[in-house]
Design a protein around this ligand. Sequence first.
Ligand SMILES: [Cu+2]
Length: 156
Amino acid sequence: MVMKKIAALIIFTVGILIATAMVSPPIPVGDLSIIGPCWIRPSTGPNTAAYLTIASPGGQPDKLIKVECEDATTVELHDHINDNGVMKMRPVPFIEIHKDPVSLKPGSLHIMLMGLKASFQSKEKIPLTLHFEKAGKITIDFSVKVPESTEDNPPA
Ligand SMILES: [Cu+2]
C-alpha cells in the first residue's frame, strides 16, 4: 500500500517536471512566429511590463504597432536608452520584426502596461492582443511570473 502511494507520488512528480520543462511551441500569426515565453512581471505598483520574442522566419519584415490589454488603462511600446549613463525608458511608435528573433526583455524593448486596473500576481494569465502591421492581430495569454535570474531583473 505504501509502495503504491510512493509510486503514485513519483509518477506525479515526474509528470510535473516534464510539464515544467516543456517549452511551448511557437505560435504562428501570418508570416510571423511568436516564440515564447510570453510573460509579464508581477506588478508592485500601477505599472508593469510584458515580454516575448517574435521572429519572421520567412524574412518578410513586419512591425508590432499596438498592444491592447483590458486590465491596463494605457499600453505603450517602450525601449531603454542610455542617457548620459542613466538608463531611461522611452515610448517607440513600433517595433520592427525581421528574420532574426527580436526579444522584448527586461532592460530592453518591452510592452509597458500602465494604470493597471488590478494587481498582477504570479501564476495569473493576462490576455494581450498584439497588432502587427501586416500579420494582423492575435490574442495571447501572458503568464505573470517573477524573472528567472537577477540579470533579468532591472525594473521594466
Ligand atoms: Cu517602459
